[in-house]
Design a protein around this ligand. Structure first.
Ligand code: FAD
Ligand code: SIN
Length: 529
């Protein structure tokens, strides 16, 4: 058994931002399920949005763009907090050693869909890799932070493990730490904490096509829901309009929206720029609209992809801004300075997640959440591009501020039992996990994708029930493995997505249903479970 002041699950921008701040007050332990840098953060391409040019931009404009993209479901107070605190958090990233590209001594601000000004700081087309590098280097210099890699958080420890019944309605659940599977030894260890921060990222792998690395399996959200915390707006799945169409590649490689920000245009196979037929903003309309338009165009033409063309721009600009995409495409025989890029939408970002307040407090005592696994109210029904790295940095900081006030009064819960694996056996049928995972991902892509309907959602729920029953049965009988736990969590997240989607009897933002193609009047409601 280990005891730590602050326990952080996840080593992306959210978890590390918190860890660096909290280390001023106590010992921080960061658990991460694979190598420390293997995070969604590392794959971020486009950049991080904030008001850095007061001559052309303003907080009001960034707030307004975020609210418009969010389609009525954003929490205005949270939007204002993130936009106004954002530049200070980015300044800290710079102080930690993050490089952002400059032009004539000024930050080279680029643009993405839904932004009315150029306000995206970036480092070539590998911004996330640069941020993750700088954060990990800063953490490595800090004696108060320890990172345990290849530790997989399995369950939150609450009163439930002390034999006390808890439920979602009473709001009196308390988190005492986690049970974590040490992937080196295969043993489940008990880690007690005064405060726990969930920073486990998204859940892209509920779908068969996603831009997310394989770590994005919704673990934190599923753990919190099982521990009787609340989640919100899980139906709001953002499909990125332009992942590289490269059959057989999994996960999908992203072609950053910044390509369109720099003038790239979407075309169909006939070479027509079809986006203006769907939205006056053309290829740079907000993501939900572009993804849906591509989906409609593919259905109309019967093609399995469309094209993104930047080849008419100067070669130097392309090579300087998009070296990673250039190299990747070249590796499959495409020269983007001459050729069009075949693209297709793919699941990219989860706008909903663990319900938290303006200080990142979840509905479970002593448990906080930040980054993609959380639902702060910033993104509403559709996230504005490059607002998620920003949100993670802002909330990592806010949680540390809040946690530090309370921290001294807290004690460890001592009578927590060890993990009980009685009745489980080593499985010789791990392949069943893979089969169920594929079935789940295909089913979600077929019935809970960009365009939904009641009929499809009901179908999805029926199929999910079978996969869930089989997975739970396997879980009860089998010695834990990371793959099995991830499948269980993905199944749980998929169920939450379908349930939230069934609750929403309108089309709003990322949730589009042919049964209710219009928005309901009045004040829009969040889907809370
Ligand atoms: P992550 O960075 O995903 O970190 C999650 C961490 O939790 C990992 O360390 C993981 O191993 C760990 N973890 C998960 N489950 C467990 C468990 N059970 N036990 C232990 N550890 C666990 N956003 C932008 O703002 N701008 C962009 O340009 C941008 N580009 C993107 C490009 C791509 C290809 C992708 C996939 C996303 C992009 N995003 C972008 C979104 C953004 O990268 C993510 O939302 C953000 O990085 C999430 O950060 P995080 O710290 O919340 O989670
Ligand atoms: C991209 O670079 O297009 C991704 C940006 C984001 O997801 O915010």
């Amino acid at each position: 058994m280990q005891k730590v002041d602050f326990l952080v699950i996840g080593s992306g921008i959210a978890g590390l931002s918190f860890a660096l701040k909290a280390s001023a007050k106590g010992k921080v332990l960061v658990l991460t399920k694979v190598n420390a840098d293997e995070t969604n953060t590392k794959y971020a391409q486009g950049g991080i949005a904030a008001v850095f040019d007061p001559d052309t931009d303003s907080f009001e404009k960034h707030i307004s763009d975020t609210l418009i993209a969010g389609d009525g479901l954003c929490d205005r107070k949270i939007v204002e907090i993130v936009v106004k605190e954002g530049p200070d958090r980015i300044q800290e990233l710079i102080e930690y050693g993050t490089n952002f590209d400059k032009h004539d001594g000024e930050y080279d601000l680029t643009r993405e869909g839904g932004h009315s000004e150029n306000r995206i700081l970036h480092y070539k087309d590998i911004t996330g890799k640069e941020i993750e590098r700088a954060l990990l280097e800063e953490v490595s210099k800090n004696p108060n932070i320890e990172i345990l890699t290849h530790y997989y958080a399995v369950e939150l420890i609450t009163q439930h493990h002390l034999g006390i019944e808890v439920n979602r309605e009473t709001n009196d659940v308390t988190c005492y730490g986690v049970y974590a599977l040490n992937l080196h030894s295969g043993e489940v260890e008990t880690i007690l904490s005064k405060m726990t921060v969930m920073a486990t990222g998204g859940a892209g792998h509920i779908y068969s096509a996603t831009t997310n690395p394989v770590i994005a399996t919704g673990d934190g959200i599923a753990m919190v829901y099982r521990a009787k915390g609340r989640v919100r707006d899980m139906e709001m799945i953002q499909f990125h309009p332009t992942s590289l169409f490269n059959p057989g590649e999994y996960p999908s490689f992203l072609i950053t929206e910044a390509v369109r920000g720099e003038g790239g245009v979407l075309k169909n196979k006939k070479g027509e720029e079809f986006m203006h037929g769907y939205d006056p903003r053309g290829s740079l309309a907000p993501r939900d609209i572009v993804a849906r338009s591509i989906d409609a165009e593919m259905k109309k033409t019967g093609e399995d992809h469309v094209y993104l063309d930047i080849s008419f721009k100067p070669k130097e600009l392309i090579l300087q801004h998009f070296p990673n995409i250039y190299e990747k495409c070249l590796s499959i025989g495409l020269d983007i300075t001459k050729d069009q890029i075949p693209v297709v939408p793919a699941a990219h970002y989860l706008c909903g997640g663990i319900l938290v307040d303006e200080m990142g407090r979840s509905t479970i005592n002593r448990l906080f959440a930040c980054g993609e696994c959380s639902s702060t109210g910033l993104h509403g029904a559709n996230r504005l591009a490059s607002n998620s790295l920003l949100e993670a940095a802002v909330f990592g900081h806010r949680i540390a501020q809040d946690a530090l006030d309370d921290f001294d009064n807290l004690t460890f819960q001592d009578n927590v039992p060890d993990w009980n694996e009685f009745g489980t056996e080593q499985s010789n049928e791990e392949i069943l996990v893979t089969h169920n995972l594929r079935e789940l991902q295909r089913m979600m892509a077929d019935y809970v994708g960009i365009v939904r309907s009641d009929f499809r959602l009901e179908r999805a729920m029926r199929r999910l029930k079978l996969i869930k029953d089989e997975t739970e049965e396997f879980y009860k009988k089998t010695k834990l493995s990371m793959k099995l736990c991830e499948l269980r969590n993905l199944v749980q997240c998929a169920e939450l997505v379908i349930k939230c989607a069934m609750k929403r009897k309108e089309s709003r933002g990322l949730h589009y249903t042919t049964d209710y193609p219009y928005k309901l009047g009045g004040k829009p409601e969040n889907s809370v479970l």
